[in-house]
Design a protein around this ligand. Structure first.
Ligand code: DX5
Ligand code: ZN
Length: 217
């Protein structure tokens, strides 16, 4: 199983995104957290910023929409050229229609689940998605502690993906360090978002290598 490390620029220097992107060239994708102060109690940036990041980023963009009304906004991120666009299950009643729209535009479609959201009702929808994001903290802020209690959900997803033969990436996001990445990988994750542990490191490239190695061990 391939391991992907996606640093979150939520933990980068907001005044210097272009040079920050240069520090994580050895990663797989750049994770971009979009927050609207409605779905989550925090605010980051929006489509205009992503359009510009798309122009300067050497790595493909993995967009995580923590917003209400994803039907209105998600297609624009796909049209901007994002590699993947992930919206929250809790923010929509029509996840399949939106996933189809994103795929039609040419982006990978992702479904995100907050820590308290049961995955069972979504298992039948997996063929409609390219990735599922299991939040391992409450969405809204970086630097929080990894929630071990989300791991059974990941295991449930891994079993379903394996049994169905689907190629759906299973992503974890929140509190990922060289220690917790081992736990998440053992539970079935293959794609790891890490904010503070990468950008907080003196040498982000070395930290990315360490995370990769820990996920594989
Ligand atoms: C939290 C965001 C995460 C965040 C992770 O709501 O979705 O992507 O950047 O940050 P760390 O790795 O510091 O927990
Ligand atoms: Zn995120």
């Amino acid at each position: 199983m391939a391991t992907r490390i996606n640093p979150s620029i939520l933990a980068a220097d907001f005044a210097n995104f272009e040079s920050e992107l240069g520090r994580i060239r050895s990663a797989d994708l750049v994770h971009v957290d979009i927050m609207d102060n409605h779905f989550v109690p925090n605010l980051t940036f929006g489509l205009g910023m992503v359009q510009r990041l798309q122009q300067v980023s050497p790595l493909p963009l993995d967009i995580h929409l923590m917003i209400d009304d994803p039907e209105r906004w998600a297609p624009g991120y796909a049209e901007a050229g994002a590699y993947s666009v992930t919206f929250h299950a809790e923010a929509t009643t029509e996840p399949v229609a939106l996933a189809r729209k994103l795929r039609e535009i040419g982006a990978r479609a992702g479904l995100a689940l907050k820590p308290g959201t049961d995955v069972t009702p979504y298992l039948d929808l997996l063929p409609e998605f390219d990735q599922v994001l299991v939040m391992t903290v409450e969405p809204g802020f970086g630097g929080q502690r990894f929630m071990h209690e989300t791991m059974p959900k990941l295991a449930q997803l891994r079993t379903t993906v394996q049994n169905s033969g689907l190629d759906v990436w299973l992503q974890v996001d929140g509190g990922i360090t060289a220690q917790t990445i081992e736990i998440a990988a053992a539970a079935g994750a293959d794609t790891f978002v890490a904010g503070s542990s990468v950008f907080g490191a003196e040498n982000p490239a070395a930290q990315i290598a360490l995370l990769r190695q820990s996920a594989a061990s």
